[in-house]
Design a protein around this ligand. Structure first.
Ligand SMILES: Nc1nc(=O)c2c([nH]1)NC[C@@H]1CN(c3ccc(C(=O)N[C@@H](CCC(=O)O)C(=O)O)cc3)CN21
Ligand SMILES: CC(C)C(=O)C(=O)O
Ligand SMILES: [Mg+2]
Length: 278
């Protein structure tokens, strides 16, 4: 398995880092088979697999439950787990305890936290405790209420400067990488050039050190609308819908199951069964 130091080396070598989310055993297995560099158990699972309206209802227990399944499916891939809403905003004590559970019970290899400022202090404490941390700046979905929607961030030179400052805070706090979500590509490029640690973009253009996308967006599974920054590489909705409709109609029409899908018994047992001895 790649370790956290490997990603710094990848940035130095100009080798792109590929991150993909996964939330369960089968998705993790396929992500590992595809050779992604790291898997993110994102709190987007609240929206994508649990059907919530936002990520705010996701709990530490939810994250542990899904991380365990992902680690079983991808035992040889570096797995990063999102710390969910408010699990790192109360005391330092609570932050460290939640983090410890996500590592010890969930078996996460690293944790991701949204924001800088006070959060940078949490990044520093976690790092000191031996936990690799990835920062997440720009569009931070756990602050959707404050941001007033899922909107592109850092669109003015002023806001961009602030983002750069936050990224530097996270690096100084010991973060091993920074996710930049929904920022103009020019801003992402400047931040990437001004940091030693890798930047991983989502809706941040190509001039970053890596990319991350949501699994269900990449394969169009469950989601019915994807953002502008997503490229879809398959349509699982169509594939699965077609299969399920066919299953329903074949059972109704008595076309399934046939003998091919049935079990049988020895002739004499059949005779005995129909002869009333059974
Ligand atoms: N399926 C899915 N994919 C994601 O990438 C994702 C989630 N869910 N849930 C959690 C967050 C929320 N995210 C989102 C959601 C919507 C937009 C969006 O629609 N943005 C507009 C830009 C609006 C503007 O112009 O400011 C877009 O058109 O892309 C962006 C990020 C990213 N994350
Ligand atoms: C979109 C990525 C970066 C994320 O935080 C998530 O999937 O929760
Ligand atoms: Mg997230």
């Amino acid at each position: 398995m790649k370790l956290s130091g490997h990603f710094l080396k990848m940035k130095k070598n100009n080798e792109k880092i590929v991150m993909l989310t996964a939330y369960d055993y089968p998705s993790a297995k396929l992500a590992e088979l595809a050779d992604v560099d790291m898997i993110l158990v994102g709190d987007s699972l609240g929206m994508v697999v649990l059907g919530y309206e936002s990520t705010l209802r996701v709990t530490v227990d939810d994250m542990i439950h899904h991380t365990k399944a992902v680690k079983r499916g991808a035992p040889n891939t570096f797995v990063v787990t999102d710390m969910p809403f408010m699990s790192y905003h109360l005391s330092m004590d609570e932050t460290l305890k939640s983090a410890a559970r996500m590592i010890q019970e969930g078996r996460a290899d690293a944790l991701k936290l949204e924001g800088a400022g006070q959060v940078a202090e949490k990044i520093a404490a976690l790092t000191k405790a031996g936990v690799p941390v990835i920062a997440h700046l720009g569009l931070t979905p756990q602050s959707v209420g404050v941001l007033g929607g899922y909107k592109v961030q850092g669109k003015s030179a002023n806001d961009a400067e602030q983002l750069l400052d936050e990224a530097k805070q996270c690096e100084a706090a010991g973060a091993i990488a920074v996710v930049l979500e929904c920022v103009p590509y020019q801003v992402a490029e400047v931040i990437t050039q001004n940091l030693n640690i890798p930047t991983i973009g989502i809706g941040a253009g190509k001039d970053v050190d890596g990319q991350v996308l949501v699994y269900h967006d990449v394969v169009t599974y469950g989601v019915d609308r994807v953002s502008k920054f997503v490229k879809t590489y398959a349509n699982a909705n169509e594939l699965i819908s077609g299969a399920l409709s066919q299953y329903v109609s074949e059972v109704k029409a008595e076309q399934f199951p046939t003998l091919e899908h049935s079990f049988t018994m020895k002739e004499e047992e059949v005779a005995a069964l129909y002869g009333g001895k059974a």
